[in-house]
Design a protein around this ligand. Structure first.
Ligand SMILES: Cc1ncc(COP(=O)(O)O)c(C=O)c1O
Length: 431
């Protein structure tokens, strides 16, 4: 094994050997090479006459660029667009995202967690975490209502054995007992990756205060029984909390609660800031030991260097500028209100009682989506029928659930949408 990787592993073992036990074989081998990038960084500081190290082109002391591209980006300085961003991301952006994380999650204050590392949005962040911690046949524990791409990221790519538990209790709250039982049933494996996503895709549900405390308690109890847990908090839809759910990330609650629990926050600007195509996300680790955080950061950079090398510089600049703008909060609040009103409207429409024979709806209070549980019509059949007969697109999930994205239907058109879904349902159930 490479010497730098061995040093990082030693640092991790000295700080917290459970974190070392959580690493995959690939995770153990990873390190950040002292290659061209390190030499370039040194040259940046010391090469006053000529810096002939970096693999970009320059002229007149700035990056070379085609004027036809710069014309469309005139308000940006070429130095913030064209050169490579560092593999960990623009330092100012990382710093600001960390500060924002503490403002949004006051209970993170005083906890020990890393600087966010920039990824090519959340999918990439999740895939890095899978590479670092998931070996063939390792366990992925997740609620049964989940974003379909997890199967690809953890299952197909890394060979995870996925164990799901029912998302809701009968009372319609988060099924913490199911999560705990799923974990304890596999205690002998010694380690598991737990994946939690709130506001949830597809249900639009976020736990309330009591649920959230129970989740943290359950994870701690499993850890106390000797199981190592990498707990990934997928915060894709963070901030879009419309009702009485928790308003902070579960990451804040789980960070540093037990030496056998490594909390990992995967988040980003994608959905929070409505910049889906920019591809800017972050990975943040929580651990008591700065040396472990440093080693995990280096291993993460190793994967980034070996896959995408670095994330898009213009996109990071765009997001950084937005975060620095005095208008950012106001504009974000306006969009939040639009989505909140749509979520309320959906509830009001569904609560009129006119669709009672067709479906029940799952509890929702946040995010972009909600789900219906159909009564006696197959979800995929309804989906196709709605497309063919009414030009309405929804997502079918399993036998009886459909997901509706109220995030992309105007408030005044929501009633028509649900009426059409109902009409489609009636065509099928009556026929
Ligand atoms: C729960 C969840 N996590 C992650 C992602 C991926 O986000 P990104 O577009 O930033 O890769 C999505 C996208 O739909 C999602 O719903």
């Amino acid at each position: 094994m490479n010497e730098i990787a061995q040093d990082l592993n030693r640092e991790i073992i000295q700080g917290n050997s459970h974190v070392y036990e959580l690493l995959s074989e690939l995770g153990k081998k990873l390190y950040f090479p002292k290659g061209i990038l390190t030499q370039s960084t040194e040259a940046k500081q010391k090469a006053h006459r000529f810096n002939a190290t970096i693999g970009i082109a320059t002229e007149q002391d700035r990056p070379m660029f085609l004027p036809l591209i710069q014309e469309t980006l005139a308000s940006y300085d070429p130095k913030d667009l064209y050169p490579y961003a560092p593999p960990a991301g623009k330092p100012e952006l990382r710093q600001l995202w960390r500060e924002k994380m503490i403002i949004d999650n006051p209970s993170l204050k005083g906890k020990s967690f890393s600087n966010p590392i920039v990824t090519n949005a959340l999918t990439h962040g999740l895939s890095i975490v899978a590479d670092l911690f998931m070996d063939e046949n390792d366990l992925l524990i997740s609620p049964d209502k989940l974003w379909g791409n997890y199967n690809f990221i953890f299952g197909v790519r890394r060979g995870a054995k996925t164990i799901t538990f029912p998302f809701y209790t009968e009372k319609g709250t988060f099924n913490t007992t199911g999560m705990k039982e799923a974990l304890l049933s596999k205690k002998d494996h010694g380690k598991a990756i737990v994946l939690l996503n709130f506001p949830n895709n597809p249900t639009g549900y976020t736990p309330n205060e009591q649920d959230a405390n129970e989740i943290a308690d359950a994870l701690r109890e499993v850890a106390q029984q000797g199981m190592n847990l990498a707990v990934i908090i997928d915060d894709a839809y963070f901030g879009l909390f419309y009702e009485n759910s928790i308003k902070e990330s579960l990451f804040a609650r789980i960070a540093n609660i037990h030496p056998r629990i490594l909390a990992i926050k995967v988040d980003g600007a994608t959905k929070e800031d409505y910049v889906w195509g920019f591809r800017v996300g972050f990975i943040t680790y929580a651990c008591e030991h700065p040396a472990v955080l440093n080693a995990l950061e280096k291993k993460t950079l190793g994967i980034i260097r070996g896959t995408i090398s670095s994330a898009s510089h213009p996109s990071q600049t765009f997001v950084l500028n937005a975060l620095q703008s005095p208008d950012f909060q106001t504009q974000k609040q306006e969009k939040f209100e639009v989505l909140r009103k749509r979520a309320c409207k959906v509830k009001q429409i569904l609560d009129q009682g006119k669709y009672l024979d067709a479906w029940d709806y799952y509890p929702f209070n946040s995010g972009y989506f909600m789900c219906l549980k159909l009564k006696g019509v197959q979800a995929e059949v309804l989906r196709n029928h709605l497309l063919d007969q009414y030009g309405v697109g929804i997502i079918s999930l399993g036998e009886s659930d459909v997901r509706v994205a109220f995030s992309c239907v105007e408030e005044q058109e929501l009633e028509e949408l649900f009426d059409l879904i109902y009409q489609g349902f009636k065509d099928l159930s009556d026929g």
